[in-house]
Design a protein around this ligand. Structure first.
Ligand SMILES: [Zn+2]
Length: 100
């Protein structure tokens, strides 16, 4: 199920493809997703241990986003309300807890 005529995430961003969460995205793999796709997929970082969803495009565009739970990139969750981040972290922890 390779993508014809496009550069897949695995080909174009091999370093980023390492953070592609194979288990949660199954049966999708980094070779099946275009590096320019806006489709939201799961990522997991070995550096911080977080799992989150973002599009490959969001992570490889002009303003590449890193782990959104660590505040990397222009996450829409970090706004002027200081409690927004706390609420998001709590919600995410609850959500992450449902993982396999
Ligand atoms: Zn993180």
């Amino acid at each position: 199920m390779k993508i014809p005529g496009t550069r897949s995430l695995a080909e174009r961003w091999p370093e980023l493809a390492k953070e592609f969460d194979v288990e949660r995205n199954a049966p999708l793999t980094a070779a099946d997703v275009s590096a320019r796709s806006f489709r939201r997929v799961w990522w997991s970082s070995e550096t911080c241990g977080h799992s989150w969803q973002d599009s490959p495009r969001g992570r490889t565009g002009r303003m590449p986003r890193d782990c959104q739970l660590c505040g990397g990139g222009d996450t829409p969750f970090v706004v002027d309300d200081p409690n927004a981040r706390v609420r998001f972290d709590n919600a995410h922890r609850a959500f992450g807890g449902t993982g396999v």
